[in-house]
Design a protein around this ligand. Sequence first.
Ligand code: GAL
Length: 392
Amino acid sequence: MFKRFCAVLFTALLVSSTLLAQTSTLAATPPMGWNSWNLFAGRVNDKDVRGAADAMVSSGMKDAGYIYVNIDDTWQGERDAQGVLQANSKFPDMKALADYVHSKGLKIGIYSGPGEKTCARYAGSLGHEEQDAKTYAAWGIDYLKYDLCSFRQNMMAEAPNDPAKQTQMMKDAYEKMHKALLATGRPIVYSFCQYGWDAVWEWGPSLGANLWRTTGDINPTWDRMTLIGFSQAGLSKYAGPGHWNDPDMLEVGNGKLTLDENRLHMSLWAILAAPLLAGNDLSKMPAETASILTNRDVIAIDQDPLGKQGDRVSEVGPVEIWAKPLQGGAKAVALFNRDDTALPITLKLSDVGFSGAAKAHDIWAAKDLGKLQGSYTVTVPRHGVVLLRLTK
Ligand code: GAL
């Protein structure tokens, strides 16, 4: 009897330590990939997702490190008599789609929420959490974005005048799906989407979040992108390997963002160690867009194994200097110009932790600047950035 008990205990410990190991190595660096929402919104279908996977490979995105092909809202159909959720007619065979994406050496993500309905009013997971997690695992899903949406109404209805109870309900709902995902035994990156409410960065990681949205939705405009990006100041201490702040997907290559604005967007997200989820049409990507999304030196900043998010060092009017610690004592330093005209910006090396001198590489100019002494002044274009890698 005692021997049996020990054997069961041993197996249980082994299983839970394996699951724990899986969660801690999941998203060891910020997830990179593509998501359907910014481009297709509610129109996304099987063919679009296969096309995105194809283009991820042919465009060089995969080689640059982009791995996840994520289906956002509007894939869901009806539940069958047993409650098992089916995809709708836009996705005739989800397992075959996942197999296809995997055959390209990529991973596949999906979208749901804790409410009865998602934001686009498709079926959510309320009351079917374990079932849905099992369905995702059976299809071969590797990533779940879980969007609060209509669950907000449940919170308001059940605890109209009790914000603390509402928050607790939200936490419980996110944790419930985490447990359901763990129980499948399949490593599935878990992305919280509740727009940064109730300081999610403080509690998200303990409830299983590998990443959590810190803001409302991005759109491809200068104002929205910079409002979101620069509002991340102060959040660096919450991020680390396996758990990341998510200022929303990239809009590089979307809308009317200029070359400099796209470079600023990509640089800021890299300094933030943000997930890099492209949202543009990968199959028709101009060379300029591809060169920004696949810039190896910028990606290396985002993906640095130290896993430290960068933060603001100074802000004087439209000029902001941000820095991110990198492995081996190096630093990424971004000189941002949010003004409508070009401006000279001066970096004092001592402000970013280098006393005296530092070797510098200008990443977008792809140029070594040699050894800098004391300070460095450079003209930064309007709505632009100079991104430097500094080493001793
Ligand atoms: C929003 C979410 C977007 C997108 C959309 C789909 O709540 O922030 O990223 O997923 O729902 O309906």
